[in-house]
Design a binder for this molecule. Structure first.
Ligand code: BMA
Length: 327
């Protein structure tokens, strides 16, 4: 059976056909990196960023490490998903006191639930943890707060409620580079209070034997939730971040139906192997077109630049199922 995306038709998402002779099911944009590190006057690097459809084009929240090496979030707008205009000033979140606060935050994901865009990011508050904020217009951003205790990273919301509750993945970690980490599922009645934590996935195999963390907002498909995630292993010269995928039960997303044994994308291109942190591909967003099954994945290369890769949902799901880990 042909598997499809459940969602909106978005024919204007970035798209490039798979290069002739390319063997994988996820292929890179020929225009990578689409955002260079020095795109802004004071950017040291721009990477691990998130884009969503907005008005007639796209909007996003970008991780910008500045030349003081402060970790900032910047908003961006684009007509075509390739060519971005980023604000030179970092986002200031409007706190509960009504004051606009600068944030030390990184690795944003943006998730539209009903008419609101929620930003989940790693907040530096006496240790990294998962914070939420929201915007309706990509002008004013409001703080929701630190919704989990440190140490935690990779908070990723689901685009709709599950069993009447908001749902989120996270990855409990430590205060440093974290040589461990499993993905957990949590639920909430109001996006502020989170509980009912359930284990989803542990590290396994070789390329993902150290830690795993959710990537883009899960994609709803006829086969279940398609989760694109990062997996890490330790090589002789440090951590290697690759991209993998799994299909999760639609009503109980903590249940893994199929988990792909091979990676889908691993650092191979120069812009993925050389940068501030070498050998990193780190996916944070995916744009989808339900009509054609096209998926455009935004990922960070070597903690330095923003890149794009593509997949076709039917081919990707068939590949995950054919190459699923058998327990
Ligand atoms: C993780 C996060 C990511 C980064 C990765 C590789 O812990 O900090 O932002 O891409 O490490 O350095």
């Amino acid at each position: 059976m042909k598997q499809t995306i459940i969602g909106n038709s978005l024919p204007n998402i970035p798209w490039e056909e798979k290069p002739e002779g390319y063997k994988g099911v996820v292929w890179r944009s020929a225009h990578n990196p689409i955002i260079p590190r020095d795109f802004l006057p004071n950017s040291n690097s721009i990477f691990n960023s998130a884009a969503v459809p907005f008005e007639n084009g796209f909007a996003g929240v970008f991780r910008v490490d500045d030349t003081a090496r402060m970790l900032r979030l910047h908003k961006g707008k684009s007509k075509d998903g390739y060519n971005w205009e980023l604000d030179e000033e970092p986002i200031r979140l409007i706190g509960k006191d009504g004051v606009r606060h600068k944030v030390m935050g990184y690795d944003p994901r943006v998730c539209k639930i009903e008419d609101t865009y929620y930003i989940s990011f790693c907040n530096c508050v006496g240790g990294p943890t998962v914070a939420l904020a929201y915007t309706k217009d990509f002008e004013d951003f409001y703080e929701i707060g630190n919704v989990l205790l440190p140490f935690n990273r990779n908070g990723v919301l689901f685009p709709r409620k599950i069993g009447g509750k908001y749902a989120m993945f996270s990855r409990p970690s430590d205060n440093g580079s974290t040589p461990f980490g499993d993905i957990f599922y949590s639920e909430s009645p109001d996006l502020v209070h989170w509980g009912e934590h359930k284990h989803v996935m542990a590290p396994t195999g070789v390329w993902q034997n150290l830690k795993v963390g959710a990537g883009p907002v899960p994609i709803e498909t006829t086969e279940g939730w398609l989760l694109i995630y990062h997996g890490v292993n330790q090589s002789c010269s440090g951590f290697v971040y690759s991209v993998g995928a799994a299909i999760l039960d639609i009503d109980k997303p903590w249940k893994v139906k199929y988990r792909c044994e091979p990676y889908l994308l691993a650092p191979k291109e120069l812009y993925e192997c050389v940068g501030d942190v070498p050998n990193v591909v780190f996916p944070c967003a995916a744009l989808t077109d339900a009509e054609t099954g096209r998926i455009a994945i935004y990922y960070g290369g070597a903690d330095t630049v923003v890149c794009l890769a593509y997949a076709q949902v039917d081919e990707l799901i068939a590949f995950i199922k054919a190459n699923a880990i058998r327990e």
